[in-house]
Structure formats: C-alpha cells, structure tokens
Design a protein around this ligand. Structure first.
Ligand SMILES: Nc1ncnc2c1ncn2[C@@H]1O[C@H](COP(=O)(O)OP(=O)(O)OP(=O)(O)O)[C@@H](O)[C@H]1O
Ligand SMILES: [Mg+2]
Length: 168
C-alpha cells in the first residue's frame, strides 16, 4: 500500500457553503487526497437533490486535482475502509458543534480504531455559517453573497423562483 493519506469529509452539504469550501481547501493542503462524501437519504425534505449537491461540489473543486466528490450511506467508518481513508475531517464552528462531534468521533473510533477524526476551524467570517441558516435567509429574501460559492447563489435563486412560480 502507498503512504498516501486519504481523508473523508462527510456531510449533507445542502447546500455547500463557503464554510465547507474553507475546510475542504485546508484539507486539500494537509492530506494527499480529500473525498467530499455527500450523505445519501436522511433528511426528509432536502432543498437540493444528492446529484445536484454532487454536481455543485464537483464544479467548485474542478481545478483541485486531489479533491474527489462522492456519495455514501451506511456506517461512515465502513465507507472509510472501502476508500482506504485513514482520516475523517470535520469542521468545528463553535462550542455548540463540539458535543455532537465528540460523540461521533469517539463512536467512530470505537467502531474502527484505524480511522482518526481531525477537526478544523474555518476562517472567522464563516464561523456562523450553516446550510440551514443560508436556506432560511434565502427563503426570506435576504442575500447570502460571500457566504456561499457563486454557483450555489445562482442555484438558490433558481430554486426560489421555481417555488414561487409553483405557488403563484
Ligand atoms: N461554516 C462552517 N465552518 C466550518 N465547518 C463547517 C461549517 N459548516 C459546516 N461545517 C462542518 O461541515 C461538516 C458537514 O456539515 P453539514 O453538511 O451538516 O453542514 P451544516 O452547515 O452544519 O448543515 P446543516 O445546517 O444542514 O446542519 C460538519 O463537520 C460541520 O461541522
Ligand atoms: Mg449541521
């Protein structure tokens, strides 16, 4: 086996925000390869379909040769094993993220001792950005310029128009 360090960055990315982008960029500098892994299923009413989310991430990271975008379901540590990844990357925004992330990291370690969870902090302007908040602001007519990649901003606008047309 090669000495490559492969990292998995799992999440729902509904949609990808500049906070996610910041973490992926940091990961791409730190690890040989980083796999952005979009979680299948789970949320009952996502705004973007999984293929749309994959598409967005692929276009944002098109020029990064060591960033891969994939989907997964089931146990994350099993997926990591299949991908030969030794690292799970997670982002930490605030203390509020910590408790859940600690639980997940320790459970994943119990399930697979060979995978290490690594936490990274985003640049300060993104410490309050979440997909949920972005969706909420857009739904209420606010601007998210600078908080999401421009491709996400235009896709959000399209979704909003489509929904308004449906309602009209
Ligand atoms: N702005 C951000 N800065 C740093 N890490 C982030 C940021 N947003 C999300 N993350 C991290 O990215 C990973 C995947 O998160 P996820 O897809 O749930 O995004 P989210 O913005 O928290 O979405 P939601 O609002 O739907 O919960 C998690 O480790 C999460 O803590
Ligand atoms: Mg979240």
């Amino acid at each position: 086996m090669s000495g490559e360090i492969i990292a998995i960055y799992p999440g729902s990315f509904d949609p990808l925000t500049n906070g996610h982008v910041d973490i992926i960029q940091r990961g791409s500098r730190l690890f040989d390869r980083i796999v952005v892994a979009v979680l299948l299923n789970l949320e009952k009413s996502p705004l973007f379909t999984v293929p749309e989310r994959v598409d967005i991430a692929r276009s944002v990271f098109a020029s990064y040769t060591n960033v891969e975008v994939d989907t997964f379901d089931g146990l994350l540590v099993e997926y990591a094993r299949r991908k030969r990844a030794g690292v799970i990357v997670r982002g930490l925004r605030a203390v509020s993220d910590f408790e859940y992330e600690l639980q997940m990291a320790l459970m994943n370690r119990r399930l697979n001792q060979e995978v290490e969870t690594v936490f990274m902090m985003p640049a300060e302007p993104y410490t309050y950005v979440s997909s949920r908040l972005v969706k909420e602001v857009v739904a209420l007519g606010g601007s998210v310029t600078g908080l999401v990649p421009s491709v996400v901003e235009s896709r959000l606008r399209e979704k909003k128009l489509a929904r308004e047309t449906l309602r009209a």
